[in-house]
Design a protein around this ligand. Structure first.
Ligand code: ZN
Ligand code: ZN
Length: 410
């Protein structure tokens, strides 16, 4: 009796081993840990269902497949075969190219305070087809507290406090990368070559508070910690500019903020204006020579007070620099992955297909997420594919950020 551990289930019996259906939706690709005996008649399988994001592969997959027991002989004889089971070598899986442009995966935030232990990052990325993540330390977290239902600065930092905290956090990030065998991406070529088989990290900081107004520290972060993506502000109006969740104190971007953007442009560090006010973004767009990223937000036309969402003009200001806006999977806005995909589509309507990306803020959200982990990414890809072509979906899930990274690093 023939056996196979990798096979295709097809709705129509194939006439020969070379007869593979052209419709990638009409096939279930089966992966078994132990070879399955392929007899004639019905075979009922159990396993883990996945929806693949690979544009060249089969959409539907069953992993860890086993024969389900308990089917009576009578049922077997009564049922006509729904699927035939030719043991066709399935197409090789292409490597995933998705990029998450804002993440705190692996428990990086508590670990920066010496609490907890690292969670798996590389394995769920491999499973979900994610090639790289912008993994962000949080520069101002020692002084941020949940107050009145939102994150706010609780006090002024002590001199050196946020610098020390951020350096410890970078150290933890490097330890996490080492422990899980994840390369740190330092050049455009590194990201061009990145695939989900070897998931990689773009070292990022949420908030440039660690600079404490000292531009030379940017060089230190670049050299020593491989910083390649810097978000100017977070939940504290800092030396660089104003934020969406506190009253304006600078009227937007400060002179130091301008200096940091110019230096990032020269050095090859992606500039991220998430959390900044619209005034900050307009000024940043006028001084930057490279595309801007706004890594995690979503579109609204009726903003509530202190919202982190953005208006259409705010989105267009990012798009006009050639940049990317990451969509944030907050369940209060997007209760599930289908609604989350709608959030992408709404932003595309305003900013264009070349200017929208994936910004999960994984393990950084105060509330629940519509995208719980990277191995759920294929579900988002499938939801996006109901609205966009394979090429457009690939842009949204990584291609657009890859372009910005290339432009920023040269
Ligand atoms: Zn944030
Ligand atoms: Zn974050």
């Amino acid at each position: 009796m023939p056996t196979a551990d990798h096979l295709l289930l097809m709705a129509e019996p194939g006439c020969c081993a070379g007869c593979v259906p052209a419709n990638r939706l009409a096939v279930v690709e089966v992966f078994a840990d132990q070879p399955l005996k392929l007899g004639i008649g019905q075979l009922r399988l159990t396993g883990t269902w996945r929806v693949s994001s690979d544009p060249d592969g089969w959409r539907y997959q069953l992993h860890g497949a086993e024969v389900k027991r308990g089917l009576s002989r009578r049922a077997l004889m009564a049922a006509s075969p729904l699927f035939c089971l030719p043991a066709i070598p399935a197409m090789a899986q292409a490597d995933g190219t998705a990029v998450d442009i804002h993440s705190h995966a692996g428990n990086l935030i508590p670990m920066s305070f010496g609490r907890g232990s690292f969670a798996a990052v590389a394995e769920p990325m491999r499973q979900g087809g994610v090639s790289a993540i912008c993994l962000a330390v949080v520069s101002d977290s020692p002084i941020i507290k949940l107050t009145d239902g939102r994150l706010r600065p609780s006090r002024d930092p002590r001199p050196g406090e946020l610098y020390d905290h951020t350096m410890r956090s970078f150290e933890k990030l490097h330890a996490l990368a080492g422990a899980q065998g994840m390369p740190l991406l330092k050049t455009s070529a590194d990201l061009r070559g990145a695939r989900s088989g070897t998931p990689s990290i773009i070292v990022s900081s949420e908030g440039a508070d660690f600079l404490e107004g000292r531009i030379e520290r940017l060089n230190e972060a670049y050299q020593r910690w491989a910083l390649r993506h810097l978000q100017l502000t977070h939940y504290r109006p800092n030396e660089l500019g104003d934020i969406q969740t506190e009253p304006s104190v600078h009227g937007g971007l400060t002179a130091f903020g301008v200096e940091v953007i110019r230096r990032c442009n020269q050095m090859g560090i992606v500039v991220d204006v998430a959390h900044g006010t619209y005034e900050l973004v307009k000024k940043a767009a006028s001084v930057t020579t490279k595309p801007l990223v706004l890594s995690h937000t979503s579109l609204t036309d009726r903003p509530v007070a202190w919202t982190r969402r953005i208006l259409p003009d705010h989105a267009r200001a990012i798009a006009a620099t050639g940049g990317v806006i990451g969509i944030w999977p907050v369940t209060a806005y997007f209760p599930n992955v289908v609604a989350y995909a709608d959030g992408f589509a709404r932003m595309v309507d305003v900013a264009g297909i070349d200017h929208v990306g994936l910004g999960t803020d994984l393990l950084g959200l105060v509330g629940a997420s519509a995208l719980v982990n990277y191995n759920d990414l294929p579900q988002l890809a499938a939801a996006l594919r109901s609205k966009f072509s394979p090429e457009e979906t690939a842009k949204l899930l990584g291609g657009n950020y890859r372009r910005v990274f290339q432009a920023s690093l040269g």
